[in-house]
Structures are given as C-alpha cells and as structure tokens.
Design a protein around this ligand. Structure first.
Ligand code: NAD
Length: 359
C-alpha cells in the first residue's frame, strides 16, 4: 500500500464538537503512524464560534479552506448562546452553506446495531434480534431547508421545492446503494399531500426501470416513522428528501442505542466529502468529558473508505471500536446495562490502543 498525503479540513464547531473531533484526530494520527500516511489538518471556524469571531457562521475564507481540502471532518455546531441571532446568521446556516458550497447532495446515514449494544436499544429484544441494519440516503442540499424563508407580520413561510434533476441524482444513489447491499430500496415521501412528493415518487418509478434487479417500494413518511420502531428489519436502503431524512435518521439512530454512535458521509460529484456524526452540539453535556466520540471516529473511518480509498485503514478503525465495546467500555449514553464507564477522552485513547495494522 502506498503512503498518501491528505489535507483534512477540521471543523470542531461548538458544544461537544471540539471534544469529539479531538478523539477522531487521535485515531487518524495513529492510523497515519501505522500505515505510513501523512494527514495534515487545516482548522476551520464554523458555527457559533465563527459568529463570535467574525460575525457570521461561515466566512468565505473558511469555506475556501474546505473546498481546497481533500475532505472535511466536522464535529457539530449550535447552542443556546446563539438562539437570538437572526435566522440568516444562525450557526446552522454555516452548515447549510458548507453543504451547498461543497455540493454534497447525498448524505449516507447507516442505522446498524452493534451486537455488543443490543441491550442499549429502547426496542423490545424480539425486534432487535430480528436485525437492525439499514442505510438512510438523504437528499442534502435541496428541499425546505434551502427554499425561501420569510416572516411577514404574524405569517411565516418556508418553501419546499424539488426539481426532477435533483430527485433523479439522489434517486440514483439510492438504487446504486441498494445494488451493493440486499437490493431493496424504500422510497419515502408524502405523496398523499405534497406535490413535491408526487414528483419524487414519479421519478423514483421512472428510475426503477433502469434498475430491474432492485425491489422498489414506496412508503409515506408518517408510516415510515412508525415502521422504523415496529419492524426495522424490513429496511435495507431508504431514500428520502432532506427534512424527512433528517428526522427519520435521528429516530433510526436511537433504536441502535445512542445517537452518539452514528457516523455519516456526504458526497457530491467529487471525492472530497463531508464527514460528521449525525448528532448536534449537545450543549447539556458540553465541556464535561461525557460525550460519546464514536460517531465522529466512525465518520473519520468513512472518510478513509469513501474519499481516500483506504478500506483497510477504515476497517482497522471499525475493528478497534468493536474491540473497545467487547471489553465493556461505555460512555454514559450507552451505560444502560452497565459496563466500565469512561469519558470522551479515555474512549478515544482506548480505541487508539486497539488499533492494529491489517486487522
Ligand atoms: P443534540 O443531538 O445535540 O442532542 C440531543 C441529545 O442527545 C442530548 O441529550 C445530548 O446530550 C445527546 N447527545 C448528542 N450527541 C451525543 C454524544 N455524542 N454523546 C452522548 N450524548 C449525545 O440535539 P439538540 O439538543 O436538539 O441540539 C443541540 C444543538 O445542536 C442545537 O443548537 C442544534 O441546532 C444543533 N444541531 C447541530 C447539528 C450539526 O451540527 N450537524 C445537528 C443537529 C443539531
């Protein structure tokens, strides 16, 4: 295997962001040492910390650092301190600007239960034992989050708009993802009410003709929210629009034990991706060394696999996480059935200790 040099833009953000990102960097440094790669990190300010420093959540110069990197690793942004900032300057606007600026339209969020954590799921054992292993493919740079937002007097409006082209490009990712797995794709929308969902459904069925090996099903989003807790084993790949995917993926993460465990990747037409855990900045536990950094560490593994073509290195990280769980270590969020309680920083150290080349 060749030694590679990669420049990673690092956005620690707010709340628990710095704590969890620092653990992922420890893990990346250990991978670099074991495999002879060089990872250089470019710090980027985004979110509330950027508002404090520059008066806006993602200045152009900070976005440019991301666009010039090989990929971006992000913790989380936001917090109560910036609640009264006007809508277009909020920390989350930095995130939307980053996603749009990078053109990362496809967000991939796995919902997979680690066998060691089956008792941490809030679902009944019989449902968990049937299996939880599916992926939500979420459209990331369109829909209601990117439509016009306005408030006039006592009326507020948010526009939900999708073009056929936007639906088709995420739809193809859904079909291609299903093709690499169990060949089942569930398209989730609200076509009984929304025009944008009727267009979504029409495009998905047109695409299905090109993917005869994939079994396509349709599901209304409200039913999907129920089915995820009733019978998650039925799902292989779910493809859906931006807001529905945001909400369903939080629900799906919780049935796997903790939102702190779930990574995500966001990709567009280039290999430069955005990698982040699916949770927010968790202000309630920020600065207490309590956060679970595994979602961020696994996001770094996804970066190695999907953007840097380093599948062995990614697998080594996943195995190190699995070994950590096997040994019974648990951050507070997954302590429901006991174990050895560790903090965020110790969790990162223990995972580094388990890292070995070629396993
Ligand atoms: P959240 O995901 O931050 O927290 C929800 C709950 O999960 C909290 O109880 C928190 O303690 C817990 N939690 C989250 N991550 C955890 C981790 N790694 N380990 C242990 N527990 C964890 O959601 P929220 O409270 O609704 O939002 C807080 C802030 O984060 C808000 O300002 C919101 O806008 C922002 N946010 C940012 C992102 C992002 O940066 N991508 C995503 C969602 C929310």
């Amino acid at each position: 295997m060749f030694s590679l040099n990669k420049n990673i833009a690092v956005i620690r953000g707010d709340g628990i962001g710095p704590e969890i990102v620092n653990q992922a960097l420890k893990v990346l440094d250990k991978v670099a040492e074991l495999y002879g790669h060089t990872f250089t990190y470019t710090d980027v300010d985004m979110g509330g910390c950027a508002i404090d420093k520059y008066g806006e959540p993602l200045p152009e110069a900070e976005l440019k650092k991301c666009l010039e990197s090989d990929s971006v690793l992000l913790g989380a942004v936001g917090g109560d301190k910036w609640n009264d900032v006007p809508g277009d300057k909020r920390p989350e606007k930095g995130l939307l600007k980053l996603r749009a600026g990078m053109g990362v339209y496809s967000n991939n969020r796995p919902a997979k239960i680690w066998p060691q954590l089956s008792s941490a799921s809030p679902l009944k054992k019989s449902i968990v034992d049937a299996g939880i292993d599916f992926i939500i493919v979420r459209e990331l740079i369109g829909g209601i989050y990117f439509g016009e937002h306005k408030t006039e007097g006592d009326v507020a409006t948010d526009v939900l708009k999708y073009s056929e082209a936007e639906i088709e490009r995420i739809g193809r990712i859904g079909f291609e993802t299903a093709r690499k797995r169990n060949k089942k794709l569930c398209s989730v929308e609200k076509s009984n009410v929304l025009d944008s969902s009727r267009l979504w459904k029409k495009v998905m069925h047109r695409l299905a003709e090109e993917y005869p090996d994939i079994e396509l099903s349709d599901m209304l989003v409200d039913n999907c929210a129920m089915q995820i807790v009733k019978n998650p084993a039925q799902f292989d790949v779910v493809v859906t629009e931006n807001m529905f995917g945001d909400i369903l993926s939080d629900e799906a993460s919780m049935i796997t034990g903790s939102i702190g465990m779930i990574p995500s990747s966001s990709l567009g037409s280039s290999s430069c991706g955005l990698y982040e855990p699916i949770h927010g900045s968790a202000p309630d536990i920020a600065g207490k060394d309590m956060a679970n950094p595994i979602g961020t560490i696994l996001s770094a593994a996804m970066m190695l696999r999907f953007s840097f073509d380093m599948p062995d290195e990614a697998t080594a990280i996943e195995n190190a996480v699995s070994e950590y769980l096997d040994k019974g270590y648990r951050t507070a969020d997954i302590m429901s059935e006991g174990g050895n309680l560790v903090g965020c920083s110790k969790c990162g150290e223990l995972i580094c200790e388990n890292l070995r080349k070629g396993c």
